[in-house]
Ligand binder design. Structure first.
Ligand code: SF4
Length: 244
């Protein structure tokens, strides 16, 4: 039975083939991702996969101490709740799953509000500023799928908050992006997943904005995609007339 996750679904919008490839090829865990998981573990006082030692690897003790210090500054945002809350919806045709970093009371604009929260540890907040100014649904899929799954399980409609932490300074920059959600939004989510479920072609949308210069730069699945490879590589013929 097919399972849908927000991390894969987000690819579908710019290139259905990238969505399909994301199911087949897992991204390797980068150093930045390991630091993010360590940070998350220290903020919530537990590790998703009980793998602190593995994540520390060969990192120096002073690097770990810095991550811990930053985590201590972020901890007060999360007042009372459940970290790493699994979410699952089973339909007769497929399942939709996710794992929320945290469900509970979070400090936002000086008040504790009940929400689903996701912690993002980043080297540069600019990516998030760009996503906010582009304001495309596809870049914030998680903010609607997780509340949808939680609603289907509990009947409660909760907002979703991204807590983005830029790790460059000892006192990190913290940006919170709150998405208010409604039952009408959940209709959009279920219809979107149904559309993907009905697609069995997954066409490749090869162009500059998808293969070369997408949300995170070059498409992560280029190695495995002939259409993308042909678009980027191949032959070009030029003459002086083509030059300015
Ligand atoms: S390389 Fe281009 S066409 Fe291929 S999956 Fe990626 S975005 Fe789609």
């Amino acid at each position: 039975m097919k399972n849908y996750r927000s991390s894969n679904i987000s690819h579908y919008f710019y290139c259905p083939k990238a969505y399909k490839l994301s199911l087949e090829y897992q991204k390797e865990q980068s150093e930045a991702m390991r630091e993010g998981l360590l940070f998350e573990g220290y903020v919530f006082g537990k590790f998703k996969e009980d793998n602190e030692k593995e994540l520390i690897g060969r990192k120096r003790p002073d690097t770990i101490n810095l991550i811990k210090q930053k985590a201590d500054l972020v901890k007060p945002l999360f007042i009372k709740g459940e970290p790493f809350r699994k979410l699952l919806l089973k339909t007769s045709d497929y399942t939709i799953s996710g794992e929320a970093d945290y469900v509970g009371t979070t400090l936002f604009q000086g008040k504790g509000i009940e929400c689903i929260a996701d912690l993002k540890f980043t080297g540069n907040m600019k990516v998030w500023d760009d996503l906010i100014s582009l304001a495309r649904k596809e870049d914030f899929i998680q903010a609607f799928i997780y509340p949808y799954l939680f609603y289907k399980e509990t009947g409660k409609v909760l907002p979703f908050i991204y807590c983005v932490i830029e790790n460059n300074f000892d006192n990190p920059l913290i940006k919170q992006i709150k998405f208010n959600t409604s039952i009408a939004d959940f209709k959009w989510v279920s219809e979107m997943i149904e559309t993907i479920h009905q697609d069995d072609f997954y066409y490749s949308n090869a162009n500059y904005g998808t293969c070369v210069s997408g949300k995170y730069g070059r498409c992560s699945y280029l190695e495995h995609c002939n259409e993308g490879r042909n678009f980027i590589a191949g032959e070009i013929e030029m003459s002086l007339n083509n030059l300015s």
